[in-house]
Design a binder for this molecule. Sequence first.
Ligand code: NAP
Length: 325
Amino acid sequence: MPSALITGVTGQDGQHLSELLLSKGYEVWGLVRGHSADRIQAYRQEFPDVHLVEGDLTDLGSLIRAVEVAQPDEVYNLGSLSFVALSFRQPEATADVTGLGPLRLLEAIRLSEQPGVRFYQASSSEMFGKVRETPQSESTAFYPRSPYGTAKAFAHHSCVNYRESYDMWISCGILFNHEGPRRGSEFVTRKVSRGVARIALGLDTHLTLGSLEPRRDWGYAGDYVNAMWLMLQQEQPHDYVIATGEAHSVRDLVVTALQSAGLEPDVERYVRFDKSLLRPAEVDFLVGDASRARDELGWAPSVDFVGLVDMMVQHDLRLAASSRD
Ligand code: NAP
């Protein structure tokens, strides 16, 4: 039975990946920080078969112990401070967890001298930032526009450097935005699906957002964790862009969500603008070219933009209705 260690196991992707690896017969280990008993408890209830090991990406000793205990064949490094807006308010913490964290984990694996461990790094399309070309592929230069993006770029380059310096088996997935009902409520897609569900049920009259103009390439998280796994099953490690190849604005997102909830797609009526939600530097337009993943991994997304938004809105309608009753 292969074994895998997942950092960030309580997050959106960590949950999807736990589900996928358990269904494939893996022994799954999840790294959890000690600080959030509620989050760990909720995770434990959903995934009683996953072994939890305590550790923090800011603490090398705990990572060395986690690798020793789990003895993984595959390590998926999903742990990060992943909310771009927060990274502007906590740049140093973001650099520590999201940038240096992967470097510490690579060191923990290198020092463990366990031969053949395969490592997946959760790189991000936010590294492209102020884009140098459209669409963005594995060869597009990085121009990050946030402390989150710069931290991810550092981690990505560190992974490439460890692969080349120590012959370690490391693949980075440069994933474009991916969402679903497990998305944290601070992210714009979930904010919109929850907000629209509450309006539809008469619990709110509007939702509050920053700019409606940024365009993103949004896919479904369930599809994207499958790409992570496929990357680690290849003969050679490589970096891959994972994206749908289609971009939509935040305004499109709101319109589609309102339609999914059976409301008039009247954005001016339902959305209030709050300029405090604008970022010091914005990423205007991201869209990915996932040709390499399609050709080498045989990967393709199964859920399109409308299907994704509908899945999230219908989930949040059920959730809001049950909490109202
Ligand atoms: P998420 O829901 O925000 O989950 C982040 C996870 O990181 C949580 O489990 C959190 O654990 C953990 N974490 C935070 N600080 C940590 C620390 N100091 N040590 C160990 N773990 C820590 O993120 P996600 O959406 O699942 O994304 C997974 C990964 O892919 C992240 O690295 C993210 O940056 C990257 N990514 C995501 C997207 C996307 O659209 N979702 C796109 C590209 C890349 P707690 O429960 O303890 O807080």
